[in-house]
Design a protein around this ligand. Structure first.
Ligand code: MG
Length: 404
């Protein structure tokens, strides 16, 4: 079972979209007994399904992902997609599944909008450990085969129980087949619609039709989540595999005082003889932090995402801006490592509110308290802060992103 090298593969350039995916997530997974289908169990930064989906979306050549679900799950899954895939939402489509896996795959195939795409990858939602390497190997195999599936050689000794006796089974040449399984879109579509329910998977269907098939390198981390222990084991294998890179961003903001009685600083309302002037709630600390996060991921600034000229952001809560920036980090499968905000003003006194500000910021970004620092300083009476004309804030943030 040899895999061709990427350099020799006409179908891999990590730029041009040439495949769509079908994720079968319509099962109820009763073996966990938790009442929650296993594709929705917490995993990584989200759950099993969002991790599986992120695996496909992180591949540059993936154009569309069709998630086949139970009709009852539609509302929940729609919400899940909106939370986890804000920037890639246009690539995701939800399709109602059937009572059997084969029906669900068929519904998925029929829902593919771009029929000119050459390839389709069909995958089980309960295998979250997908990597770009596995996808590359499959695409590569399609340059001279009709279909491909990742496979792992059987390493344990095999025995068969026959009428009370134990027989030895020769494991030479035996493989465990995983998903995703990759095909030419037109070919696999042609095979569905006929009698399909007896096939274990799409690979078997293709085998029966006499297509030329190839086994590519499978991976232990691609194991199917079947029992509760699998969750932790696969999670651990995935963490070991991912190389993280670290990015830093900085932000700076100023807002002037005007007549008022309270002001908003790092999510906390503080009574004061003046308020901060601004189009939104003028939370100068969270504005600087939002800019720092956007800076770390190289995605413009707060004004690009929320133009002050747009009336819909008038009096907006700055939590909206900050949550949006955090969702962009999450969409890149990144994590905020720590953040540090400095508020620069003579008044109000920050110290009495500092813990509340840290807690509010940590809660909003789902961080531990020790990842959030908020400090304050004066300018010894110098400059506009010293003249009590307004408040300045600066922020620095460190973000960990998976290395592509
Ligand atoms: Mg501002």
């Amino acid at each position: 079972m040899k895999t061709s090298t990427i350099q020799n593969c006409p179908y891999i350039d990590h730029k041009t979209a040439n495949f769509c995916c079908i994720i079968v997530a319509a099962g109820q997974g009763t073996r966990f007994g938790s009442g929650v289908s296993k594709q929705f169990l917490p995993f990584g930064a989200g759950n099993v399904l969002t991790t599986t989906l992120a695996g496909f979306l992180s591949h540059a050549q993936c154009q569309e992902v069709i998630v086949v679900i139970r009709p009852d799950d539609r509302k929940f899954v729609s919400k899940l997609m909106a939370i986890h895939f804000e920037t890639d939402l246009g690539k995701i489509r939800l399709v109602d599944g059937g009572s059997e896996r084969a029906q669900s795959v068929e519904h998925g195939l029929n829902a593919i909008t771009n029929e000119t795409l050459p390839f389709v990858l069909i995958h089980d939602a309960a295998r979250p450990g997908l990597s770009n390497q596995v996808i590359d190997d499959l695409l590569c195999a399609l340059s001279n085969h009709d279909g491909a599936a990742p496979a792992l050689p059987v390493v344990d000794a095999l025995k068969r129980h026959v009428e009370g006796a134990i027989e030895n089974v020769d494991r030479t040449g035996l493989y465990r087949i995983q998903t995703p399984q990759a095909f030419r879109l037109s070919q696999i579509k042609g095979l569905y619609g006929a009698e399909t329910s007896a096939a274990v998977d799409d690979f078997e269907l293709a085998q029966r039709a006499g297509l030329s098939l190839k086994l590519t390198n499978g991976a232990e981390r691609l194991a199917k989540i079947t029992y509760p222990d699998d969750l932790k084991r696969v999670e651990r294998l995935m963490i070991e595999d991912v190389q993280m890179i670290y990015r830093t961003g900085t932000g700076y903001d100023v807002h002037a005082f005007e007549a008022g009685s309270t002001l908003q600083l790092c999510g906390v309302e503080i009574p004061h003889s003046q308020k901060l002037k601004g189009h939104s709630d003028a939370d100068v600390g969270w504005h600087a932090l939002t800019d720092a996060i956007l800076g770390a991921i190289g995605d413009g600034d707060i004004g690009d995402h929320f133009p002050p000229s747009d009336p819909q952001w008038k009096d907006a809560a700055s939590s909206v801006f900050l949550k949006h920036a955090a969702s962009l980090v999450q969409a890149r499968r990144g994590k905020i490592v720590n953040l540090d905000i400095t508020l620069i003003c003579e008044a109000p006194k920050i110290k009495p509110h500092r813990q509340a500000m840290r807690q509010t910021t940590a809660d909003l970004l789902q961080l531990e308290l020790d990842q959030v620092s908020i400090k304050a300083t004066t300018t010894e009476g110098l400059g506009f802060e010293g003249r009590r004309e307004g408040i300045a804030a600066q922020a620095a943030v460190s973000i960990a992103l998976p290395d592509k």
